[in-house]
Design a protein around this ligand. Structure first.
Ligand SMILES: Nc1ncnc2c1ncn2[C@@H]1O[C@H](COP(=O)(O)OP(=O)(O)OP(=O)(O)O)[C@@H](O)[C@H]1O
Ligand SMILES: [Mg+2]
Length: 268
């Protein structure tokens, strides 16, 4: 598939693979500005973003442009200085670069803790944790403690723990950035599968443009100083995709070109 076939999306872009376009959005950000320090320019200014149910939106942009800030606003960790943020899930699930598991618990114990926080009864927690761990291909690893798991396995436990929140909205901030390429590819397959099976709406921050195209149904490019959305692309490539496939490479090259233009505009 050539890049010409990959339609650059306008603001009314619809999800490529779901018929849920008429349902209320999973995420709606309107005219959001964020100022942390009064005498400094805003970190975000006039950001509008709508994520339809079932969409997988990847945010890319230069370091410091405000991607994590936008995700933290969606997570409700930060209140916007101006504008509106609406998320359909009461408590969206979060996943960061570090798995942040509790080392004195097993893999299963970490997932069970999230189930407990959700109010799942003790008798059901073990079975539900086993189901979630098998979703991320860790069916037989539930009894292992954190130090007995590889980095990739830990991040899978963190994904299972996020899914334990049973939220339809998943917010991810560079969740695979610290992993080697092969483990990351495995997790891409698992995340794409879980996303489709659970019909999640995902907002995924990454520095890796190929990763964004590999996973996303839409890629949103943010500019810096102040952080704002400068362009977006609908990714109409068939799934399953791989990070090496020609269609992924072609679109990633186009987006990387735009990203570099944005970065050079701001001299860093
Ligand atoms: N709580 C805060 N108080 C003050 N400044 C903040 C706060 N959070 C973020 N910032 C500033 O906002 C800007 C954007 O930060 P943010 O972490 O959102 O960038 P980012 O795009 O996620 O960068 P990276 O790609 O490096 O993770 C930075 O200049 C940062 O110093
Ligand atoms: Mg960040």
């Amino acid at each position: 598939m050539s890049t010409e076939q990959l339609v650059a999306a306008g603001p009314q872009a619809r999800p490529a693979h779901r018929s849920a376009a008429d349902a209320p959005p999973a995420v709606r950000v309107e005219g959001v500005s964020q100022v942390f320090e009064r005498d400094r320019p805003p970190v975000l200014d006039g950001v509008d973003l709508t994520v339809a149910p079932g969409e997988f939106v990847c945010l890319v942009g230069a370091s410091g442009c405000g991607k994590s800030t936008l995700l933290n606003l969606l997570a409700g960790l930060v209140e916007p200085t101006a504008g509106r943020v609406e998320v359909s899930a009461r408590r969206p699930a979060l996943m960061f670069q570090e798995p942040a598991l509790l080392p004195w618990l097993t893999a299963s114990g970490n997932v069970e803790l999230a189930l407990k926080a959700r109010g799942v009864k003790r008798a059901e927690r073990r079975t539900e944790a086993a189901r979630l761990l098998s979703l991320v291909n860790l069916a037989d690893q539930g009894g292992k403690r954190v130090h007995e798991l590889s980095g990739g396995m830990r991040q899978r436990v963190a994904l299972a723990r996020s899914l334990a929140q049973d939220s339809k909205v998943l917010l991810m901030d560079e969740p695979f950035a610290a992993l080697d390429a092969i483990t990351r590819d495995v997790l891409h397959v698992e995340l794409a599968r879980v996303w489709a099976e659970q019909q999640l709406s995902v907002v995924f921050v990454t520095h890796n443009v190929r990763e964004a195209v590999r996973l996303g149904s839409r890629v949103v490019l943010m500019g810096s100083r102040p952080g704002r959305i400068v362009r977006e692309w609908q990714v109409d490539l068939p799934q399953p995709r791989t990070i090496e496939s020609p269609g992924v490479s072609a679109l990633a090259a186009e987006i990387t070109h735009e990203l570099h233009r944005e970065i050079s505009r701001h001299g860093h």
